[in-house]
Ligand binder design. Structure first.
Ligand code: MD3
Ligand code: FE
Length: 192
């Protein structure tokens, strides 16, 4: 059986957050601009061979950080292992991501309902890892009009989105203040 969205509670080890800090030292978090000219409330960076970027020209994957012209930091071995093991637990064996987008939410930051469709192969799942402050995740359906479910995502939770769910609309409610400054979300993708 091929499951569509699989939640693995507290699956991510705490060391992942330390690796995020090292990546951000080489490729700092920045607020990208949407093609429509809006500054995103979520700050982003990437690691791995490809990174997701947005500017006035559109959304795309780039092998270099547009802020520095240099390649994104390498994907840590622990990231590859975590993504691969999570995908395998959801019956997607041999998942090897080539992109890891790292989102940083301060209180009030949100992500509007959208689909992830800038990747080449939708048969590959997306693995998401939540760290830090909790968030309310919105999970809809294949059409923007479909009703949305609210799912609480906590520190360490990993979700694998595959099959039809891969193209479902989703978003994140404005983050509430909490005991830590940020929520981080890592999304592992096969982009190229
Ligand atoms: C369901 N990030 O970066 S992760 C994104 O919490 C994004 O930062 C959110 O949506 C965040 O694009 C949600 C969970 C997630 C990621 C990708 C999906 C759920 C998904 C793709 C298809 C369906
Ligand atoms: Fe998304």
């Amino acid at each position: 059986m091929r499951l569509e969205a699989v939640l693995l509670p507290a699956f991510a080890p705490d060391e992942i957050l330390e690796a995020v800090e090292a990546i951000a030292a080489a490729a700092p978090f920045r607020h990208m601009i949407t093609p429509g000219g809006f500054r995103m409330s979520v700050a982003m960076t990437n690691c791995g061979p490809l990174g997701w970027v947005s500017d006035r020209k559109g959304y795309r994957y780039s092998p270099v950080d547009p802020e520095t012209g240099r390649p994104w930091p390498a994907m840590p071995e622990a990231f590859l292992r975590l993504a691969n093991e999570a995908a395998a637990a959801a019956n997607f064996p041999a998942f090897v991501p080539d992109a890891c987008l790292i989102n940083r939410y301060a209180s009030g930051a949100k992500m509007s309902l959208h689909q992830d469709k800038d990747e080449k192969d939708f048969s590959q799942p997306i693995v998401s890892v939540s760290l830090g402050l909790p968030a309310v995740f919105l999970f809809g359906g294949p059409s923007r009009k479909d009703p949305v479910k609210r799912i609480a995502l906590e520190h360490g939770d990993v979700v694998v989105w595959g099959g039809p769910a891969r193209l479902f609309y989703h978003g994140v409610m404005p983050l509430k203040e909490g005991a830590r400054p940020y929520r981080f979300n890592l999304t592992f993708r096969r982009a190229g």
